[in-house]
Design a protein around this ligand. Sequence first.
Ligand SMILES: [Zn+2]
Length: 339
Amino acid sequence: MKATVIHEHGGTDKLIYEDIDNPKFSNDEVLVNVKTCAVNHLDIWIRQGLPGKALKFPHILGCDIAGEITSKNRNFPIESRVMIYPGISCGKCSYCKKGRENLCGSFSIIGGFSNVHGGYAEYVKVPLRNIVKIPLPFSFDEAACLSVSYLTSWNMLKSTNVVKGKTLLVYGGGGGVGSATIQLARANGAEVITTVSDERKVVLAKKIGANHVINRTKYDIVTEVMSITGNGVDAVIDHVGTNTWMTSLQCLKFGGRMAVCGATTGEIANIEIRTVYNKQLSIIGAYLGTKAELIDMMKFMQVKKIKPIIDSNFRLCEAAKAHIRMDNNEHFGKILLKI
Ligand SMILES: [Zn+2]
């Protein structure tokens, strides 16, 4: 089969489009003919490598996968339209048994820092329990957007209790988590403030539902948030990390909640401990979500008629171009690889 493979960490020149053997699978696994694989920041980190994170080469990236079943199994007919829940867990511990698999001690992500190959390929093998039927309204392209950034966003909105009437700040309205959060939070009745890096994205963020859009290259985020809200927001979704950490704490109102994931600008931050306890803030980590949450989220999206925001399509052999587009922050919505 054709695949885009990495044989070592490094720049986009390490994404090699080549022929490799089809995956061999066991009785508990199924083979999926990949139709679309979305690109996530995780893919870039894995290509580049992170300190202390080992990976077995060759490796195939790609954790947001939709396609067709091509091997016989006990649950899904051949050619079923499916997407893949990207979390790999032990299936045996108390968390796994309770359906909280993202708390499993051995939790890892398909195509991520695991030895499970991902969706930058014509075929991928995954455990049968990771297969989710694509609900009818969603195309392969749309389904491929949902399992990572949308699911993480859904998880963070739940943990910060963003419901009707609450105010929310989410950075990077054009990114995967940013655009997902705007759509999901607005559909839940929240008032959403977002930040973007240029005027084109101000227009696009408003178009997908943001109530207030701050061009962070022109305006100070804390000043703008305080002028909009008076006393800060109920919740912050922070996937940016080092660069926004203090801004997030300052933008929260007393009793506010902040959910963190990603950390695209770095994972080290200083924290004013007194600010946290004086304002009685909560800081909550989010790592993907569970398979049950993915299914719940898709039901919610169907009821609210939400379709994911797609930025652009690339061919599998153009994975480097897709990474460059994401790295340069040129995208608004999800970048897809069409297999
Ligand atoms: Zn487990």
